[in-house]
Design a binder for this molecule. Structure first.
Ligand code: 6R9
Length: 650
């Protein structure tokens, strides 16, 4: 990237003050920033006291061998006890932990007492299969309660889980099983998605034919859809046959705070996936604190719903560990938002009186495209906080979310974090921060983040550069599983003593942080660095555009030229006139340098399963190259549809 910082083009003047009532009763108030600034480690030691420790830690952080952190090292705890048993012991056994809603309309209510029985039985079952502390267990399940039971059963035994997205292929599953040397795989016959039953077990069978998966001795299969499955005698066992006959009693053992809790693979654009390793005490402390602070959770009255899949870090931290550590009541939904109709989410939110809702920009933009009238049919008046995660949220989508889902009342918290950070790092606080559409704004209390230039100098307000984290944090990744060197090279080599997040960012005139997309996606046009996020937000601010993805394509005159792929809204139709109008609109919003050379209307964009646009594939198209790796796409057929559009390009 040239020394000239990322373009700082977008102007957004709208501000939303926290609602007075919410501010008056907020879990976290402005003084938390002060306390954390005055004594950062003392602040985290205080947060660790939210947990039930078998042995209280006396040391907060051991940073004697950076960047290999040890948090609360001499403390001992059991993560599952903290997420389950202690709530039952405190008299909350009858509180609903999970309102489960299956895609076909089946539902299940699981109280904390139920959860304790299910998790204990599953832990006894894994013990019977020979799973011991330290053994790895792969979990390849749809969004059903057994996924939560399985994760917590592993945590209870100190056996790190590796959850693999139910949508990933046999190949992706095999690589992850090999890398972690898993001993057990927990799966199901299938799950319900998009109105039908889709199989899972065949992918496990296929993955286990690959060399390097021989450590897997058992496959536990949940019966969900009733589909026929192939069966390997001696290896495969039904969940209901194995788990249901186990004792409901299981005494959790305390483990050291640095006991590995899970490995979660992030795809990365090149090379093999990185197994991000998280441990116990620090991870749970920050997952619980951030869920308490950012969502202002009141466990007695709130109904929390995070729509993420359990195979994404967001599902780990904000369906399983954060909410359950806090004794929350939450909704868990198996399927897609448009099955069997486009109002399904809002129907569920109304049914359970959801008060806090957390989803991804891609889903918000899809709802915008489907139309305002759909959410308008449902009573969403219980909602009091909305959250966003996964990508920069375009200001127009943010404002739509607040208006049409939040009834113009609710704060929207745009939360920036990564698989590697384990929990939320940068976000407004709903009772404190005057929010700005499109900005994650401020590092949470106890978190140190800033924006630097190529020479690692902090940029002044009003300028852009690279997002870095300047102090260790409790839920930070500890390493890449089996590859300390790659951990150092990927995150700690770019800037000395600073964690390099790989995201471009800018600070506005108030010092608030705006995320500008992955550094790999930044475009270089005639000597100017231009962020994909800003051009996309300008396009989405046009009434005809629902969603946009922008890439830089090699260009002999300007190094790169901007190529935009747009999904049109409602009744808008593609025409030469509209293309010219969109190009002019971007030029008017951001300046002529940011004007796209090409604008192509498409029906879909290539996305990962967590909803991130895969710009590198669009770059392959724009530069007329063979497509790169498409294995982590939700729907590989969208690439064919986009390619068909190409001959019509200018
Ligand atoms: C939680 C999660 C991490 C990458 C991250 C960044 C992007 C996530 C964001 C955001 C702008 C936000 N990202 N939240 N960008 N604003 N609020 O998404 O983890 O799947 O590992 O992705 O996602 O680019 O670096 P993960």
């Amino acid at each position: 990237m040239s020394n000239e910082s990322l373009a700082n083009l977008l102007k957004e003047e709208r501000r939303f003050e926290p609602p007075t009532e919410l501010a008056a009763a907020a879990n976290v108030t402005a003084d938390a920033y002060e306390r954390a600034r005055a004594d950062r480690l003392g602040f985290w030691a205080e947060q660790a006291r939210r947990l039930d420790w078998a042995t209280e830690p006396t040391e907060t952080l051991d940073w004697s061998n950076p960047p290999f952190a040890k948090w609360f090292q001499d403390g001992e705890l059991n993560v599952a006890h903290n997420c389950v048993d202690r709530h039952v012991q405190a008299g909350h056994g009858d509180r609903v932990a999970i309102h489960f809603e299956g895609e076909p309309g089946d539902s299940r209510t699981i109280t904390y007492a139920d959860l304790q029985r299910e998790v204990s039985r599953a832990a006894n079952a894994l013990t019977e299969l020979g799973v011991r502390a330290g053994d790895r267990v792969a979990i390849y399940l749809p969004m059903i309660p057994e996924a939560v039971f399985a994760m917590l059963a592993c945590a209870r035994l100190g056996a790190p889980h590796s959850v693999v997205f139910g949508g990933f292929s046999a190949d992706a599953l095999a690589t992850r099983i090999q890398d972690a040397q898993a001993r057990v795989v927990i799966t199901s016959d299938g799950g319900y998605r998009k109105g039908g039953a889709s199989p899972l077990k065949p992918a496990v069978d296929e993955a286990l034919t690959r060399p390097g998966t021989e450590d897997v001795r058992s496959v536990v299969v949940v019966r969900r859809t009733g589909q026929d499955v192939d069966w390997t005698e001696g290896r495969d066992v039904w969940w209901h046959e194995l788990v249901d006959r186990q004792s409901e009693e299981h005494t959790p053992q305390a483990f050291g705070a640095e006991q590995p809790l899970f490995i979660l693979y992030t795809s990365g654009t090149t090379g093999k996936p990185k197994g991000i390793l998280h441990t116990s005490g620090g991870y749970l402390t920050q997952a619980a604190y951030t869920h308490h602070a950012v969502f202002d959770l009141k466990p007695e009255s709130d109904v929390f719903w995070c729509t993420a899949d359990i195979g994404w870090v967001t599902g780990h931290s904000y369906i399983v560990y954060g909410p359950l550590a806090n004794g929350a009541t939450q909704v868990m939904y198996e399927g897609t938002p448009d099955s069997p109709h486009k109002g399904r989410w809002w129907e569920i939110a109304e049914k359970y009186g959801v008060t806090i809702f957390y989803t991804a920009p891609t889903a918000i933009r899809a709802c915008m495209k489907w139309g305002d009238d759909i959410p308008a049919k449902y009573d969403l008046s219980a909602l009091r906080i909305l959250g966003s995660v996964g990508e920069p949220i375009n200001p127009e989508a943010w404002v739509w979310y607040r208006e049409h889902i939040g009834g113009g009342r609710t704060p929207v918290v745009d939360t920036w974090w990564q698989t590697e950070t384990g929990s939320i790092m940068i976000s407004p606080l709903p009772g404190v921060t005057a929010t700005k559409p499109g900005s994650a704004q401020v590092p949470l209390p106890g978190i140190a983040a800033t924006v630097v230039d190529d020479e690692a100098r902090e940029v002044p307000d009003g300028s852009g550069g690279y997002l870095v984290l300047t102090e260790p944090w409790p839920s930070m990744l500890r390493t890449i599983w089996g590859d300390d060197q790659r951990y150092l090279d990927t995150y700690w080599a770019r800037f000395e003593n600073r964690y390099f997040a790989g995201d471009g960012a800018k600070k506005d005139d108030d010092g608030d942080i705006w995320l500008l997309g992955r550094v790999d996606d930044v475009m270089l046009v005639s000597g100017h660095n231009i962020s994909t996020t800003e051009v996309e937000s300008a396009l989405v601010s046009h009434p005809s555009v629902a969603e946009a993805a922008v890439v830089g394509a090699a260009d002999p005159q300007t190094t790169q030229s901007i190529c935009a792929f747009v999904i049109l809204r409602g009744t808008a139709a593609e025409s030469e006139g509209l293309v010219d109008e969109l190009r002019a609109h971007v030029a008017q919003q951001l300046g002529p340098i940011a004007k796209p050379k090409r604008v192509l209307a498409v029906a879909e964009l290539p996305k990962t399963r967590s909803g991130k646009i895969m710009r590198r594939l669009l770059r392959d198209i724009a530069e007329d190259r063979q497509l790169g790796d498409v294995t982590t796409l939700t729907d590989p057929s969208v690439m064919g549809l986009i390619q068909e559009k190409l001959p019509s390009a200018p």
